[in-house]
Write a protein that binds this ligand. Structure first.
Ligand SMILES: [Zn+2]
Length: 447
């Protein structure tokens, strides 16, 4: 059977949706965002869902409430999240087929958004149709389809905070598996803190012949300040910045040997380990340790040959916070550490530019067990429990609200999301939909 026939349940709709260039970060695509909503809403209505579009400046969220077919008043409610905005196409010359005209090549479907996240949305629709056809929808489903995921919008978070009553669980298909045949559930992510630093050491730049060795240099002062937050020889940040960090939980620790070898993983990204210990503990560092990075430095005029002593220097820096830490507490420790490291005579201004707490998801309960079973049926192996080094405010909120959450997806590391030639493994349409059908017809999720 050719691919077009085998995947005829999904392809026509997915191709239509991909053809709408709903690039949320680009105001030039505002009408396409509306077009995507106008495409999605009637499809959820046709399932029998009560739909509502919520808007704030520049953001849209589609809410669709679908009642259980069996005793909806006592059935549990599952929140199902996805997003219809996509990343910009980027450099068109790097695409082997036009980004917004999907194309099958081999076992893959190519196009912007095919897997992040439109392919998952089409799986949602198709799974509900199949379950409804058998009269077996056992749970209430509340779809929250976000139009501002790629630009870190906040409207979806507001909608979630206001939901009454609270959903009994949350399912998110918007992420990668570890590898082909190896699904994963994300159970925690790191948080963030970002700062701008400004250092002033005098009223004006000075001649190094007249003052070199005697006058305070702003770049040297900045380096001394930044050094206070750097990793030590053990690869760890100073103790005050690590306070509260939780070690990896045993189920994550047990899966580390199944993950890509750290030095190979880094080499594949074209980079080098930060120090000699990374090979032994990279996943602990990425998932269960805070990190500190200097993102940019500015001072003087490096393109010129001039022997002066700068009186000003600035830097952009950021931290990733480990699960267990709180952004406000780490911020206080960080600011104190840097202030103490400023040489006498250097005035340091620290401006906080953003912060988010790490996410620690509830990983108990019927929903996670049922989802793990459903993945095992499809892939022949239970999902690995892993963490993520990045940050997702949505997960932070779900963790804070204590809603059991399955954060997963059927993307693959070679799926090229956010890059040219984004692609979805076609057979994942079948697997993902089958998993959802199993979950949507399971009535046993409880609070
Ligand atoms: Zn996504």
């Amino acid at each position: 059977m050719d691919a077009r026939t085998r995947y005829s349940r999904w392809l026509p709709e997915l191709e239509e949706l991909v053809a709408i260039p709903s690039v949320g970060v680009d105001p030039a695509h505002a009408t396409d965002m509306e077009a995507a909503l106008a495409w999605l809403e009637p499809r959820f209505s046709a399932l029998g869902a009560a739909t509502r579009i919520v808007r704030s400046p520049g953001e849209q969220v589609l809410l669709a409430d679908l009642p259980a077919q069996i005793r909806p008043e006592t059935a549990p409610t599952l929140l199902v999240y996805g997003h219809f905005d996509v990343q910009p196409a980027g450099d068109l010359s790097l695409w082997e087929s036009p980004p917004f005209r999907s194309e099958i090549r081999g076992e893959w479907l190519y196009g912007r958004g095919v897997v992040d996240d439109k392919g998952h949305l089409v799986m949602y629709l198709e799974a509900v149709r199949a379950v409804l056809a058998h009269g077996a929808l056992a749970i209430n489903i509340r779809f929250l389809i976000d139009g501002a995921e790629e630009r870190a919008g906040t409207l979806a978070l507001d909608c979630m905070r206001q939901m009454e009553p609270r959903p009994d669980g949350c399912l998110i298909f918007d992420g990668p598996m570890i590898a082909r045949g190896r699904p994963a559930f994300y159970i925690a992510t790191r948080g963030t803190l970002a700062y701008h630093l400004h250092v002033r050491t005098g009223e004006r730049d000075l001649h190094s012949g007249q003052f070199g060795g005697a006058a305070l240099n702003a770049i040297e002062a900045l380096m001394a300040i930044l050094a206070a937050a750097r990793r030590g020889p053990d690869g760890r940040l100073p103790a005050p910045l690590r306070a509260g960090a939780q070690p990896l939980p045993p189920p994550v620790e047990e899966t580390l040997h199944l993950l890509p070898e750290p030095l190979v993983y880094l080499a594949e990204q074209g980079t080098h380990p930060a120090d000699a210990l990374v090979g032994a503990d990279m996943y602990h560092r990425l998932w269960a340790e805070p990190s500190f990075e200097v993102n940019a430095i500015g001072s003087g005029q490096p393109a010129l040959r001039h022997m002066s002593i700068p009186c000003e220097a600035e830097a952009a820096v950021s931290l990733r916070l480990a699960p267990g830490q709180k952004a406000d507490a780490v911020a206080a420790a960080f600011e104190a550490l840097l202030a103490a490291a400023a040489p006498a005579g250097a005035s340091l201004t620290l401006t906080r530019r953003g912060a988010s707490d790490p996410a620690v998801l509830r990983r108990d309960g019927v929903l996670l067990e049922a989802a793990a079973d459903a993945f095992a049926t499809e892939f022949g192996t239970r999902p690995l429990l892993i963490q993520a080094g990045g940050s997702l405010p949505l997960l932070t909120l779900l963790g804070e609200l204590g809603i059991p959450t399955v954060m997963t997806g059927l993307d693959l590391p070679e799926g090229n999301i956010h890059a040219p030639n984004e692609r979805l493994l076609l057979e994942h349409l079948e697997h993902g939909t089958a998993i959802l059908e199993t979950l949507f017809s399971n009535k046993s999720f409880t609070r």
